[in-house]
Design a protein around this ligand. Structure first.
Ligand SMILES: [Zn+2]
Length: 349
């Protein structure tokens, strides 16, 4: 637990340094575009990221501290790691939102943000909010991939040190293509013990994308998309677009925030689509900039950007929870979707 504390401190310190390193008069665009990329020029040291067992300790500690919070084990990964569900269920009549992180093990800052948000929920800052909204959080659905404990070689991965992180689960399956058949234990646990068990209204599925996407000529801090399967109910889709509206307003106005529209597929094997169709849940995909590790150098983002990306996750979770709790999501303006441009991959520097 001490190790985790230290780790969290390192991350917020890194964040503070990033923020203070940006001159006060710098533009929005510079704040994002100048975020240090990897580009093969720095060492990617994954030891500053929270490990699976540090996360488990942290969650247990938060549960002991927070009266409203309940921690549940919903299943096990291929390699036998417990999969966690964090619950704030004040009133079954309340609207419910689910946050899902790290289906892809090498997309870890979303989990760091979720852990930070869980801590916030136990402080006066968020007092009273959980009276009017139920919150479910599944952090690190793919812990084996996150810890590099897999049955295939990670020799060509970029990160140095003793921990590599990979998209696929231990047996090489992409969990975010398993939402129809649900064969993998991780996906099965999610569907059996979360999706089927609770009356969920909204879900945000948190990921990371490559580091070099841009919108309107400037690098993005992330991208968002609603379900695009033709089988999604119209009301469900509208709820997804409202969820996106809350996120866009909260992020794009920040100095470090610049969002594009993600160009995603229609397959229902993808959670954004499949969960919207199967359960009638309004879903939103949020892809943060850059990954923690990969065999493609251009996908990996320098860890100096960790601060604003963790902040981006916390802001996303907090803004949507508040908008659902006070009902303002119901009147959210979805017209921005009509003009939001698809992000493009920057081809050369
Ligand atoms: Zn992903």
């Amino acid at each position: 637990m001490e190790a985790l504390k230290k780790c969290a401190l390192t991350l917020s310190l890194a964040g503070a340094l990033v923020f203070s390193a940006v001159p006060m008069n710098s533009t929005v665009v510079e704040a994002v575009g100048n975020g240090p990329g990897f580009g093969g020029n720095e060492t990617i040291n994954t030891s500053i990221l929270t490990t699976y067992s540090e996360m488990a300790d942290y969650l247990q500690k938060q549960e002991a501290k927070q009266q409203n919070m309940e921690l549940e084990v919903i299943g096990e990964s291929v390699k036998g790691r417990d999969l966690y569900l964090v619950k704030y269920m004040t009133n079954p009549e309340n609207p419910t939102i689910l946050f899902l992180t790290q289906q892809h093990g090498n997309e870890q800052l979303t989990t760091e943000g979720a852990l930070e948000f869980i801590k916030h929920l136990g402080t006066g800052k968020m007092k009273g909010v959980t009276d009017n909204v139920n919150i479910l959080i599944v952090p690190m659905l793919n812990p084996d991939g996150a810890m590099g404990d897999v049955d295939f070689s990670l020799d060509d991965y970029v990160a140095s040190g003793d921990r590599n992180l990979t998209r696929l689960n231990a047996v090489g399956v992409d969990l975010n293509r398993d939402h129809v058949t649900k064969i993998q234990p991780e996906t099965k646990a999610l569907h059996t013990n979360v999706m089927s068990k609770y009356d969920i209204d909204y879900m945000i599925d948190l990921h990371h994308q490559g580091a070099n996407s841009e919108r309107d000529g400037e690098l993005v801090s992330g991208s968002i998309l609603y379900p695009t399967s033709p089988n999604v109910d119209e009301d469900v889709l509208e709820g997804s677009k409202k969820l996106g509206s809350i996120v866009f307003d909260a992020i794009d106005s920040k100095g470090w925030g610049h969002l594009g529209k993600y160009n995603g597929g229609n397959a229902e094997t993808i959670s954004r689509n499949g969960i919207a169709v199967e359960y009638g849940i309004s879903t939103l995909l949020f892809e943060m900039r850059g990954m923690s590790d990969h065999y493609y150098e251009s996908y990996v983002l320098g860890q100096k950007s960790n601060g604003y990306l963790i902040k981006q996750t916390v802001t996303t979770l907090e803004s949507t929870v508040r908008a659902i709790a006070d009902g303002s999501i119901d009147t959210a303006d979805t017209s921005f979707w009509d003009t939001l441009a698809f992000q493009q991959t920057r081809t050369s520097e």
